[in-house]
Design a protein around this ligand. Structure first.
Ligand code: AMP
Ligand code: MN
Ligand code: MN
Ligand code: MN
Length: 278
């Protein structure tokens, strides 16, 4: 079965509407899809209607930005109840923090001689409540400050570079409470991408498990194949399930395409066994 449990729509920093994401997934042979917009669940209703129309199985998802020991982490909530009030209000709080952050990003870019970048980023953000670094990146490319998106993230928006600002996302415990409280399962997205040493990784995994964490995203476009093995080993060591997703953002954006998700390494227990709607 072709499964993809991580992707984005125009409700966050993806390029396709939720229904267009579902239709593309279907065309690419995906049978089970989770839409996991950053800090936003507004796309799930449209995605669900399209999925019902086309007979694709949709898992409600979200990718929550958290700050843990001064490191930004992304926590996937899968199988969440999108009407759970603490989840809805918690995500709204993160989105309003994004507004302040976007202003600080623009100030930082202005100090580097790039004026009016917030207006520029907003032109790329279909959801006015969700301005992300991706929208700034698209603006910087279109305004000629970088050749492509990866050049933007080499020269801007990352630590030590213009346009980077530290940000107080929500706490890991809060995101875990919203996800598990809404009946969902929590999965650490692309765990290999964070600047964590071995001791921090183990502390994170212990803490995450103690907070009710269920899985690790073992297979993702952010991991090289040898990292699939590394994170499969952590999953086994910490008694966690394994997830897999493309992290698709849009055609031609450099991420994997929908459904372009290699098989989990042998021995992994897949997180989707408990998520599939009957
Ligand atoms: P934000 O949540 O506003 O910090 O934006 C994070 C998003 O920026 C990620 O979800 C990616 O879509 C994008 N991003 C971060 N780093 C890179 C990179 N090196 N190349 C391409 N996109 C990136
Ligand atoms: Mn993104
Ligand atoms: Mn992410
Ligand atoms: Mn993502």
């Amino acid at each position: 079965m072709k499964i993809d449990l991580h992707c984005h729509s125009t409700c966050s920093d993806g390029l396709l509407s939720p229904s267009a994401v579902v239709e593309r997934a279907l065309q690419r042979g995906v049978e089970v899809l989770a839409l996991t917009d950053h800090d936003e669940i507004a796309g799930l209703e449209e995605a669900r209607a399209a999925a019902a129309h086309w007979g694709l199985r949709l898992v409600n998802g979200v990718e929550i930005s958290v700050l843990w020991e001064e490191v930004t982490l992304h926590i996937l909530g899968l199988g969440i109840d999108a009407s759970h009030a603490p989840l809805v209000t918690g995500l709204a709080t993160i989105r309003s923090g994004r507004e302040q952050r976007a202003q600080r990003i623009a100030q930082s870019l202005a100090q580097a001689g790039i004026a009016d970048s917030l207006a520029g980023a907003r032109r790329f953000a279909k959801n006015p409540q969700l301005v992300s670094r991706s929208h700034f990146a698209r603006h910087l490319v279109s305004a000629g400050h970088a050749r492509d998106i990866s050049a933007v993230f080499r020269n801007f928006l990352t630590p030590g570079k213009p346009g980077y600002v530290p940000h107080q996302w929500c706490a890991l415990e809060e995101a875990m409470r919203w996800i598990t409280g809404s009946g969902g399962v929590a999965v650490i997205a692309h765990p290999g991408r964070y600047p964590l040493n071995e001791l921090q990784r183990e502390r994170l995994l212990e803490e995450f498990r103690a907070l009710g964490g269920t899985g690790l995203e073992v297979v993702t476009g952010s991991h090289a194949p040898d990292e699939y093995v590394t994170w499969a080993r952590y999953a086994r060591q910490f008694g966690m399930l394994a997830s897999a997703g493309s992290d698709f953002h849009g055609p031609g954006e450099g991420y994997r395409d929908l459904g372009d998700v290699p098989a989990l390494p042998a021995g992994c227990l897949p997180v989707w066994d408990g998520l599939l709607p009957a």
